[in-house]
Design a protein around this ligand. Structure first.
Ligand SMILES: [Zn+2]
Length: 193
């Protein structure tokens, strides 16, 4: 099957974790939300853009898309309220996380040295399981209190702040950080500061 390269550009990859990046497929959570997973094919595109699969997922159906949206919103709500999550959302995440998943393999690479071979995912269920497991790992790990929403008023993207001081404010310095700095500069200039 022809495997054309998937452009990762339409998707956002600022989260620092695959489960957090998955929540960014609905940008502007709220009234101005923009859905990036509009069709089952979009789910395949995201998986390939994330380097999790190397071919379209044959079982990416409307039902799988609905399940993906459901898991995504459960993760998003739980990330936002990690200290007191909704039990129903935890059930949703756990249901996917508890499924079995193809594991990594070891093989010989250049110079006959052992190398890790990550499994390529072939089913949407495996994709959702991998995402859910990453979410469980994040929510129960040392950075669970470092899941933040971007400080830009018009941006709702989440990210994991792994910086040592823990003062990261923006999903991306190149995007929201730069815009905010420019807005601050303009405001100071207008005020003659
Ligand atoms: Zn942002």
């Amino acid at each position: 099957m022809a495997d054309t390269r998937i452009d990762p550009a339409p998707f956002r990859w600022y989260g620092g974790r695959i489960s957090v990046d998955f929540t960014a497929t609905l940008t502007g959570h709220g009234p101005s939300a923009v859905e990036q997973l509009r069709t089952p094919t979009d789910l395949s595109h995201w998986s390939r853009a994330a380097h999790l699969s190397d071919a379209p997922l044959p079982d990416a159906t409307p039902r799988a898309l609905t399940q993906a949206h459901h898991l995504r919103e459960a993760l998003h709500r739980t990330f936002l309220h990690a200290a007191k999550p909704d039990p129903d959302d935890l059930d949703t995440i756990s249901t996917w996380s508890a499924r079995s998943l193809p594991g990594p393999r070891i093989a010989t690479g250049p110079n006959d040295a052992p190398v890790l071979r990550r499994p390529q995912l072939h089913l949407t269920g495996d994709l959702l399981t991998l995402i859910a497991r990453d979410g469980v790992d994040l929510l129960t790990g040392p950075h669970s209190h470092r899941i933040r929403e971007c400080a830009a008023p018009d941006c709702t993207l989440l990210f994991v702040d792994v910086s040592r001081p823990g003062r990261r404010r923006w999903c991306s310095m190149d995007a929201c950080g730069a815009r905010s700095k420019m807005a601050g500069y303009r405001a100071r200039k207008t005020q003659g500061v």
